[in-house]
Design a protein around this ligand. Structure first.
Ligand code: SF4
Length: 594
């Protein structure tokens, strides 16, 4: 295995903007892959393994998008690369093997046609031109030899190779992946192949252009055990013969043990532990990795029951604020609930992101107080994997959209006059156009979220109010006799019955003003019905913003009235409790004197 770095992923962030917010499926993933190395990415469903792979290939389905980081392949940055250049890399230098070959292959094309298409699409323009020119020459030479009655079998063979180059390559690949009778198989359609054969055909397609990197997304999950073993053996054999880098995405630790050199363990969109296969299997340091290893049956140990990881896989919408694994971790500590652990070096090439390992180092005196503090300071507070687009963000999203739109328009203007190369100018404009589109889409999502009545709209929890009122009643009931009238009045003056404060500026006037603004925006829109589309869209956005202001003003007024009414009623009830308690005490005192 060469030491040359083939793929370098740094701080990769991929998010999905769904109506209820932004989900960071991949949240700061970093790793490297060397040429000829096999890297396993393991983790439960939803841990971000496949999204990481699709981000590298840039084949994410909408609304997924890479929002940050860097992906360098063979020294070239892939993020931000124009689509045409990316297409030259995908399938040619980086290939992917999908989990379900049946649904990944085209059912109405024969296996041969699909393989040949992959060869033709990636044929270099220069090579293609040379090949065509040679075909022309060969045809002319054969014609002359035929006319002179000379032997032209050598030329005919070369001509056949040149004309049917894609077919020959397809046959060669089918043979390489161990498909028997490739001539016959080439003409068959996917439904005529067994699961194992289809997966082999997929591998043949992935390898047909001799890529430097193969990403195999659960390549053996849909196959039975014997075929699984054959496919893994085949991948390993190809890796050795062609020295390709392979990333295997799987949740099967057996597959990892069989063919990987290194392993990344992922949980909730992050790599939580990385190391060689031996590190991960014989010296796991993250609590999640330990759970994974303990859940595999051991040949040398007889157990009645396997030890599963407690709890359910993480739900990205309700991530805890510290370590994502905390709710399922039996060794969870206070710090795990608050801070997000960063990587700590265990040994060369072995890193873990777990506070338990840090504690172990501290107990063994292997880390100084200063280093410990420095590490803790480097861990951010809270988990930023999920951000809900709040109701108020509609306004923010709109302002962002306007700013990005201006940037884009300026870029178009400036670059039209730019002396820099046309390609660079195009690239820049394209970048700002992307940002502008993203901002426009975020704005649309924010409006959608508001329309769907996201929980932010009901920001005051009525149950919380009722609980607080009950708490005050119990408190006054218990302490009334110990409180002077002044103390009780001060208590009432500072009475709080909701965790979320209401807007003190809420009023009927504010609602009327917002409604007038909406009316004006609607009239403006009507006056622009025949204006250019851009102006009409702008006017439409203004109506959405004005509607948002009306909803906000009405909501604020509703909660303002609700809380004030409850506050008055609570003060009355508390006064009654206080006075009754004192009256009863007076009475009891009077009776005592008699
Ligand atoms: S950081 Fe804490 S909660 Fe997370 S896995 Fe380690 S010990 Fe468990």
């Amino acid at each position: 295995m060469a030491n040359e770095v083939l793929l370098e992923v740094k701080d990769l962030h991929t998010s999905f903007n769904v109506p209820s917010g932004e989900v960071r499926s991949v949240n700061g993933v970093s790793f490297t892959l060397r040429r000829g190395e096999v890297l396993g990415i393991v983790g439960e469903s939803g841990s971000g393994k496949s999204v990481t792979a699709y981000s590298i290939m840039q084949i994410l389905e909408k609304p997924g998008r890479v929002i940050g980081g860097s992906i360098k392949f063979d020294g070239q940055e892939l993020l931000g690369l124009p689509v045409k250049q990316l297409q030259k890399i995908r399938g040619k230098k980086i290939s992917i093997i999908f989990q379900d070959a049946m649904s990944s292959l085209n059912p109405v094309w024969s296996i041969g046609d699909q393989l040949m298409e992959a060869v033709r699409i990636h044929e270099d323009a220069e090579v293609k031109a040379k090949r065509k020119a040679r075909i022309k020459e060969l045809k002319a030479e054969i014609k002359v030899k035929k006319a002179n009655n000379e032997d032209y079998s050598e030329l005919a063979k070369e001509l056949d190779d040149k004309v049917n180059f894609a077919r020959k390559r397809a046959l060669e690949m089918l043979r390489l992946v161990g498909i028997t009778d490739p001539e016959k198989r080439l003409k068959q359609y996917p439904f005529e192949h067994s699961g194992g054969m289809l997966q082999r055909s997929m591998i043949a397609m992935a390898l047909i252009n001799e890529p430097d990197l193969i990403i195999a997304d659960e390549p053996t999950t849909a196959l039975d055990v014997t075929i699984q073993a054959q496919i893994l053996e085949l991948l390993l054999d190809l890796q050795k013969r062609l020295n390709v880098g392979i990333i295997i995405i799987t949740h099967d630790l057996g597959v990892v043990a069989q063919i990987c050199h290194r392993v990344n363990v992922m949980y909730a969109g992050r790599v939580v532990e990385t190391g060689t296969v031996d590190d991960i299997f014989y010296n796991p340091q993250h609590e999640y990795t330990k759970g994974l290893i303990n859940s595999i049956p051991k040949a040398d140990k007889r157990v009645d029951k396997l030890e599963p990881i407690p709890g359910n896989p993480v739900d990205v919408f309700t991530l805890p604020s510290g370590c994502s694994f905390a709710p399922r971790c039996k060794n969870c500590m206070k710090v795990c609930l608050k801070k997000f652990p960063q990587f700590i070096k265990v040994s060369e090439d072995h890193y873990t992101a777990c506070f338990k390992y840090l504690e172990k180092l501290a107990d063994e005196g292997k880390i100084s107080e200063d280093e410990l503090q420095k590490y803790l300071d480097s861990c951010q507070e809270g988990n930023k994997a999920f951000t809900r687009i709040s109701r108020l963000d509609v306004e923010k999203a709109y302002q962002d959209y306007l700013a990005k739109k201006n940037n884009f328009n300026n870029d178009v203007k400036n670059n039209a006059l730019s002396k820099e190369g046309l390609e660079i100018a195009k690239y820049r404009v394209n970048e700002s156009r992307q940002e502008y589109y993203r901002a426009r889409r975020d704005f649309a999502y924010a409006i959608k979220d508001r329309k769907a009545g996201g929980s932010e709209r009901l920001s005051i929890d009525k149950n919380d109010v009722h609980k607080k009122i009950k708490h005050h009643k119990v408190e006054i009931d218990a302490n009334a006799l110990d409180m002077s009238k002044e103390e009780f009045n001060a208590y009432l003056d500072n009475l709080v019955i909701s965790t979320t404060p209401v807007n003190p500026d809420a009023s009927t006037e504010a609602v009327n003003q917002a409604k007038a603004e909406l009316k004006e925006a609607k009239l403006d829109y009507l006056s622009k019905l025949k204006a250019p589309r851009k102006e009409k869209v702008e006017a439409r956005y203004k109506i959405d913003i004005a509607k948002e202001h009306v909803v906000q003003a009405e909501r604020d007024l509703y909660w303002f009235n609700y809380i004030n009414k409850k506050l008055e009623a609570t003060k009355k009830a508390l006064t009654a409790i206080y006075e009754n308690a004192h009256k009863r005490a007076e009475k009891a005192k009077g009776q005592g004197k008699e």
